[in-house]
Design a protein around this ligand. Sequence first.
Ligand code: HEC
Length: 158
Amino acid sequence: MKTLNVFALAFLGILSLSILSSCGGGKTSDQKGDTTQVSKAAPGAPSAEVMALGKGIYDAKCKACHQPTGLGLKPAFPPLAASDYLLADKKRAVAQALNGSQHEITVNGAVYNALMPQQVGTVDSAVAVINYVLNSFGNTGGTITADDVKDVVIDKRK
Ligand code: HEC
């Protein structure tokens, strides 16, 4: 029930934002120089609203380990900037933000095996923060939506 409401809110937010931006006229061309814009994948870069939400979550929850630069901290914390592991599977990244991760992974040729605790409690928070990291630190990783991850199960044990 709660999840449904969150989806409805997120949908309304995106809807109102797209209505706003379609009335915004020249705004998009003003932002041409922004290198974090996504060039591939439908339907383009995440909205400014999602990016702002994601940044708030990143700064509060992820920065301590993955660093303000997204470069991580060897040997404990893998990078998110230009991470082949992250960019290979957006859905897995959302699942990691929701449920944490603790197994051996190889990121850009380096092996990591440490505990990332569960970070966020809702799918829309996980989606927002992953959209943020996919489009920050030089990444142009496209977007992911709540609909794309509807079969990801939130592990309630944690
Ligand atoms: C307490 C430190 C810590 C925090 C906080 C943390 N992580 Fe992680 N993260 C890790 C560790 C350690 C790994 C490697 C996990 C493993 O070995 O399974 C990891 C792995 C990852 C990966 C996959 C590997 C990669 O580099 O691409 C992603 C994506 C990720 N974290 C995203 C996030 C996001 C988004 C947040 C905030 C919502 C976050 N992490 C918060 C420690 C942390």
